[in-house]
Design a protein around this ligand. Structure first.
Ligand code: FAD
Length: 418
């Protein structure tokens, strides 16, 4: 390969995170920045296409909440409950689960939460300019979100966490049953409490955002290479499955739930699981919902997207290759029908996607300690859409050798060396 053909930056992965990194690198590099994006299928399905569309900036506590483990045992008894485990996968995932448990310990929980808040509290600084630039502002709905509770007990049990989230920067206020009904009249009249989240927003269609971003990245001059990245062969070379090589001065790994194997190929360890999530999208739902609703006890959400009402949730650990179990989408749909009476499920589309989940809920952002030309941008779990542009801004800082706008130590891949 000639020097001419060597890109400044090669990005592996064209989901929302990889494309945002390519977009930021192209804009940062000015005219003549040479960016190559590799994906095995640029148009194919991915987590970034089917997610719930929430810009969930208040979610600054890790998934491993202290005390959840008793609840988890109960959830696991229900085969279609919010948490599912393929027991055959457990031996492989055991180190991940041990680390997950550790993330709930109070000191660690607090440190993780502050690191999540550092990202989440600057999300709009980064994502609004990106939406503006790709022509997506009109489908960005800043109407807040509503968490609803059926029981006094569950609402009371969450108060410590809500107070902590406020300390971390989240703006919210509690609603009584009457106010919940006024806020979202389509909900079943069973909710005794609500929490209105002022700063949450949602987008009209996650897939459309990815398409707009991809087209913008293409128009800014990126080269697209279709192929499966097999390994980072050397600090400036990505080896593809067809034995072709793609070279760049810097390499960004943003391959979502598939990123661990690429990190391992240059000697970096990471604990990464596919936390498989499901949904059903109802194009003819026929009800009015203004904002995303989070059903606290049942662990599912409903988002009024432009493409239909999306009812989603579930966390299934079965490995990345197991076939989807769409009975989970059916179970979510049944919950949706129960709590949003009268929805029409004609032409409902079922979907499963791979959340790239680290055990501590923190993404991996920053340079490889073993090969500093390689930069990581993966592991965003439930928040990949939310944190995409902020991750991209930080990666751009690293690529340009600037001091990152947020200190990157908490997100370093080296945390998995311990
Ligand atoms: C049910 C569900 C609901 C969610 N809701 C929300 C939400 O409301 N808000 C939010 O912020 N987040 C949400 N998420 C999480 C969010 O969707 C993910 O965190 C995000 O999409 C991850 O983006 P990504 O670009 O890292 O990965 P992906 O979108 O999975 O993209 C990875 C890309 O890498 C490519 N790739 C992988 N390996 C290779 C390889 N070896 N060679 C070449 N190409 C490769 C793939 O083809 C793919 O295009 C949700 C996820 C699920 C499943």
């Amino acid at each position: 390969m000639t020097n001419e053909a060597m890109a400044d930056v090669v990005v592996v992965g064209a989901g929302i995170v990889g494309l945002a990194c390519a977009w930021a690198a192209l804009r940062d590099g000015g005219d003549g920045a040479r960016v190559t994006v590799i994906d095995r299928d640029f148009e194919g399905d991915r987590a970034s296409h089917g997610n719930a569309g929430g810009i969930a900036v208040t979610e600054s506590t890790p998934i491993a909440v202290h005390g959840m483990f008793t609840k988890a045992a109960k959830w696991l008894m229900d085969p279609l409950g919010p948490l599912a485990l393929d027991w055959k996968h457990v031996p492989k995932a055991l180190p991940w689960f041990i680390a997950f448990r550790r993330a709930s310990e109070p000191a660690r929980f607090h440190a993780i939460s502050h690191a999540l808040a550092l990202l989440n509290n600057r999300v709009y600084d980064d994502i609004v300019p990106m939406f503006d630039d790709i022509g997506a502002s009109a489908m960005h709905y800043r109407r807040g979100a509503l968490t609803v509770y059926e029981t006094d007990e569950a609402f009371a049990a969450d108060q410590t966490e809500w107070a902590f989230k406020r300390e971390l920067g989240a703006r919210w206020h509690a609603l009584n049953a009457q106010q919940v009904r006024e806020c979202e009249p389509s909900l079943a009249p069973v909710f005794r409490h609500g929490v209105f989240l002022d700063d949450w927003s949602h987008i009209g269609d996650p897939r459309r955002i990815v398409t707009l971003l991809r087209e913008r990245v293409r128009s800014l001059g990126a080269r697209f290479v279709t192929g499966i990245a097999r390994a980072v062969e050397s600090p400036d070379t990505v080896l593809l499955a067809n034995d072709e090589r793609v070279q760049g001065r810097r390499i960004v790994i943003a391959a979502g739930a598939w990123s661990a194997a690429l990190a391992r190929s240059i000697g970096d360890n990471v604990l990464l699981e596919s936390e498989r999530g499901y949904n059903a999208t109802l194009p003819r739902h026929g009800i009015e919902l203004t904002r995303e609703v989070i059903f606290a006890e049942r662990k599912f959400v409903a988002t009024p997207l432009d493409v239909g009402l999306r009812i989603g949730g579930a966390a299934e650990f079965a490995g990345i290759d197991a076939p989807p179990n769409y009975r989970r989408s059916d179970a979510l749909l049944a919950l949706g029908k129960r709590f949003i009476p009268g929805i029409d499920d004609t032409d409902a589309a079922k979907w499963m996607g791979h959340r790239p989940a680290t055990p501590d809920s923190l993404p991996v952002i920053g340079a490889s300690p073993r090969a500093p030309s390689v930069v990581y941008a993966f592991g965003h779990g439930h928040l990949g859409l939310t944190q995409s542009a902020t991750t991209a801004a930080l990666v751009a800082d690293v690529l340009a050798c600037r001091t990152p706008r947020v200190p990157l130590a908490p997100y370093s891949i080296s945390r998995f060396d311990n």
